[in-house]
Design a protein around this ligand. Sequence first.
Ligand SMILES: Nc1nc2c(ncn2[C@@H]2O[C@H](COP(=O)(O)OP(=O)(O)OP(=O)(O)O)[C@@H](O)[C@H]2O)c(=O)[nH]1
Ligand SMILES: [Mg+2]
Length: 142
Amino acid sequence: MKKLILVGRSGSGKTSLTQVLKGDSLHYHKTQYINYHDVIIDTPGEYAENKELARALALYSYEADVVGLLLSATEQYSLYSPCCTAQANREVVGIVTKTDHPDATPEKAESWLRLAGCKKVFLTSSKTGEGIEELLEFLKKE
Ligand SMILES: Nc1nc2c(ncn2[C@@H]2O[C@H](COP(=O)(O)OP(=O)(O)OP(=O)(O)O)[C@@H](O)[C@H]2O)c(=O)[nH]1
Ligand SMILES: [Mg+2]
């Protein structure tokens, strides 16, 4: 199984996605620090929002095989600048979260992730389980 690091702003659904990928029940837990011992590296959203902390994300990405850039389908804007995936020396995939939300615009989030440079984009919901199987399949593939 590929080791995945999840990156995205606070509230984008990284911890919820970690829980469903691991088959845990969904329960709210504010991420306080980078949990890198696990097969999924969950990071606090503040690391993606703050320039100083963002450096740590670059370092921890070296511990992973794949970087997952999360963007909620409810977002009105994107943190990711065009082609920012070029900065990573790991494969970067896009993960649209919260596709189940009544205000969701998954196509918009997907196009922002593609603009950021993600070739592969998964449309997911941790509430309904949409896209989780596909993501697991991808992680299991060599
Ligand atoms: N509707 C819906 N809500 C979700 C989904 N995933 C997460 N949420 C909600 O979004 C909120 C934030 O989710 P988290 O998984 O804690 O987000 P996070 O990215 O880990 O946030 P930080 O730890 O602060 O970086 C919680 O209230 C979740 O219940 C989803 O697929 N659908
Ligand atoms: Mg979290």
